[in-house]
Design a binder for this molecule. Structure first.
Ligand code: FAQ
Length: 328
């Protein structure tokens, strides 16, 4: 008992002194559990997040656009893999994480349950959705759990490229024909509010925030990051000549921030519960990919077993040789 108290004190002291917690360090069960929850959901978001943009790879307007989009979607796959690996260091298996996603037990970001209806959605996702991801993830580079923090450093570098490519698509559309400008505004109108939902519920309705902030898993609250995001994006929208679809948006001189309208929280919780416009098809796509890939996993396992058998045979042969016996 005394030993656990001691370990708990040591853990709290490390957190207080900004010393990272590493996989083999003692940690409270609740810390491990909440990290598995957040990191695995983050990983699932990256993987499910490939689907809305994947939808446009075959329809990108030029070879250049196609190859950029392809690279971006592949990057998201990479992010998912770093994150699954980070979660595995906490003692959960990848198979378990997939099973939780496929059964609907584990969540993924609400944003990926909306459809991508035009090419302008590719610009808007890169600019807004990756923009929100960066706003949320840069502080995670300083999160208290080492493997998660290190994964975030690389992810954030790649997300910056994603955001630039999205903004560049928007710039081209906004400088283009009236039809292209309308397409850009329409995509912006559809994605603005769902992007604000990515930051999670209001602080007062966020059950995980208090402990996650205390343990320095989260460095800023949901509302703080949402406000920073609005403050960053409004001037960018103005630069593009787009109108933010919020009649309550207004600069507040006293606060030094934009005031903005209320997110439709009913819509948010409805999407989180699995009733978003594309929730069923997104999950089904992941289940299908898992089932269709069964033969690849089986072949890989069979090959690994064959290699293992071969190498253990070679070891027997060489140890017999070393012991001086003649081997046929
Ligand atoms: N969607 O108590 P809180 C990306 C859930 S990656 C669905 O505030 P917390 C890259 C939450 O899990 C985007 N569920 O929770 C990309 C919790 O449920 P639980 C993903 C949500 O953890 C770009 C409950 O509501 N990013 O975009 C959402 O303290 C383009 C109560 O909420 C990350 O995952 C939501 N939006 O704060 C890829 C970043 N919000 O688990 C492709 C890491 C909340 O208790 C293309 N995660 N919930 O059953 C985080 O920073 C945090 O987990 C928050 C939520 C801020 C998302």
């Amino acid at each position: 008992m005394e030993q656990i108290i001691n370990m708990e004190e040591q853990f709290e002291a490390r957190i207080a002194n900004e010393i990272r917690i590493e996989p083999k360090d003692w940690m409270p069960d609740a810390y491990r559990k909440t990290l598995i929850r957040q990191i695995s959901q983050h990983a699932h978001s990256e993987i499910v997040g490939m689907l809305p943009e994947g939808n446009w790879i075959t329809r990108a307007p030029s070879l250049k656009r196609k190859s950029i989009l392809l690279a971006k979607v592949q990057d998201e796959a990479g992010h998912g893999l770093y994150l699954y690996s980070a979660a595995e260091t906490l003692g959960i298996t990848r198979d378990q994480m997939y099973a939780d996603l496929h059964s609907g037990k584990a969540k993924y970001s609400s944003i990926f349950n909306y459809p991508t209806l035009s090419w302008a959605d590719m610009g808007t996702i890169g600019w807004l959705v990756d923009g929100a991801a960066i706003m949320n993830q840069v502080p995670l580079c300083r999160t208290s759990y080492g493997p998660y923090a290190r994964a975030m450093v690389r992810v954030c570098k790649e997300e910056s490229f994603h955001q630039r490519q999205g903004f560049e698509i928007m710039m081209v559309l906004c400088k283009g024909s009236n039809e292209q400008k309308e397409m850009a505004q329409d995509a912006f109108n559809r994605w603005w509010w769902p992007t604000l939902m990515m930051f999670g519920p209001r602080d007062a309705e966020s059950p995980n925030s208090e402990t996650s902030m205390r343990w320095k898993i989260k460095r800023f609250s949901n509302d703080e990051l949402r406000q920073r995001f609005v403050d960053m994006m409004v001037p960018q929208a103005e630069y593009l000549g787009l109108t933010v679809p919020d009649k309550d948006l207004k600069w507040n001189e006293e606060r030094g921030h934009y005031d903005f309208g209320e997110v439709d929280w009913e819509e948010f919780w409805n999407v989180v519960k699995g009733n978003g416009p594309c929730s069923k098809s997104r999950l089904q796509a992941r289940i299908d990919a898992w089932e269709d890939g069964a033969w690849v996993r089986e072949a890989a396992m069979a090959y690994a077993e064959k290699q293992e058998r071969r190498s253990s045979k070679t070891q027997v042969v060489s140890s017999k040789t070393e012991s001086g016996r003649i081997v046929a």
